[in-house]
Design a protein around this ligand. Structure first.
Ligand SMILES: [Fe+2]
Length: 395
């Protein structure tokens, strides 16, 4: 007699966690499946997983201790069949000190070179690698006016830098990023204070997310129209160019111009490899508009008058950043942000082309044996061969 087989399910996170953010759901695997096994899912379950991601932006799979790192690139290809077989950050981890992305002192998993190792603290002999001293970056090193000593003592933190995982040069951003927590200490909560004075309590080292769809929804009609007709030109080798720049308090953009590297001082580059993307992207799954912009890396805006086809270029950096900041700052409120409280074993899969994310947390205890903040994560995001689609095609 046939028995009932429970299928994979997508369950939205509790309302007090999701709030108005529109992101966050848990994936309940079939009871017989311990680790995510894409080949072990039925066509129907695969469709459920796919639409679950594009609808909810952030998916959480609990208790994935012992996961094979090679599952993470498979997840990348599952959501994007045009994905290349390399991490969008390149075949190797970024270690050039001239590049701001090297500051976490991360590495790659030798048995899965598409998977980065990030975290905090000293790791000896991990995966046969030379000793690691991983760094959890802090907003205090990147924000123009960081929290004061007293605020830090009081447990305040900030989003470090809102972004999609996108090199903005040569390799296109992945559809998804996956993050797996192998070691995550339980620490006292920290908090973010917003412009309104509201305070949001978050887990120390939480990964914060907001939905690009929610960000778009919050725009005025006039702003929507502007955004739909605008393309963002990113800076050449943006992560080198901005090495000395400092961010606004919300981590959305750069506070003032003047600290950028000169274009002629960057590693060799050419404009044909520098990315320019629409401001508003079409969700690959449900077709909805998402405001997707890396405000710290913007260089110029090109906006088209839909009636005449006339293109206006805005290239004053302060103005470009100011416009992007105005558009994105509406979503920066506690009810629109989901801050993932990591549990060891979590696998979080997020729609990199549909949400923005940021590191948070001050984990600044000195490295060493007694470091109570030691943590270890794997991260994977695969270069795509498909450019993002503008919600509204250019006239
Ligand atoms: Fe990231």
């Amino acid at each position: 007699m046939p028995h009932m087989v429970e299928s994979l399910r997508i369950v939205p996170l509790a309302a007090e966690l999701r709030k108005q953010s529109g992101v966050g759901a848990e994936v309940i695997l079939p009871p017989s499946m311990k680790h995510v096994d894409l080949d072990g899912l039925s066509d129907e379950e695969r469709a459920t997983l796919r639409s679950g991601l594009f609808e909810n932006g952030v998916l959480v799979v609990r208790s994935q201790q012992g996961l094979d790192p090679n599952v993470m690139p498979q997840i990348g290809r599952f959501f994007d069949e045009t994905a290349w077989d390399i991490h969008s950050g390149g075949e190797k981890m970024v270690t050039d000190p001239k590049n701001i992305l090297s500051q976490n002192r991360g590495a790659r998993v030798p048995r899965a070179p598409q998977v980065s190792i990030i975290g905090k603290g000293e790791w000896t002999g991990y995966e046969g690698l030379p000793d690691l001293d991983l760094k959890h970056v802090s907003h205090t090193e990147f924000h123009e006016t960081p929290c004061t000593e007293r605020e830090l003592e009081d447990g305040l933190t900030r989003p470090y830098r809102w972004h999609m995982d996108a090199p903005l040069y040569e390799r296109l951003p992945g559809y998804v990023t996956s993050l797996h927590s192998l070691k995550n200490p339980v620490l006292p909560d920290q908090k973010i204070r917003f412009r309104s004075g509201e305070v949001m309590s978050i887990a120390a080292g939480a990964t914060a997310f907001y939905s690009g769809a929610r960000a778009f929804e919050l725009l005025s009609d006039e702003e929507k129209e502007f955004a739909l007709n605008t393309t963002v030109q990113y800076a050449p080798r943006a992560y080198e160019w901005m090495l000395d720049c400092k961010a606004t308090e919300d981590g959305m953009t750069i506070a003032r111009s003047g600290q950028e590297k000169r274009l002629e001082d960057l590693l060799e580059w050419s404009w044909d490899k520098v990315h320019a993307f629409p401001l508003v992207w079409r969700n690959h799954g449900n077709g909805k508009p998402h405001l997707q912009v890396l405000g710290c890396c913007v260089y110029a805006l090109r906006t088209t008058n839909p009636a005449t086809g006339e293109v206006t270029v805005i290239d004053g950096l302060d103005e470009v950043r100011g416009i992007c900041h105005k558009l994105t700052s509406k979503v920066y409120t506690p009810e629109n942000i989901y801050a993932h409280r990591w549990q060891e074993g979590d696998l979080v899969i997020f729609h990199n082309r549909g949400v923005l994310h940021s590191i948070t947390g001050e984990l600044t205890h000195p490295s060493g044996e007694s470091d109570p903040e030691k943590r270890l994560f794997w991260q994977c995001t695969m270069a795509s061969s498909t450019p993002p689609t503008a919600y509204r095609a250019a006239a």
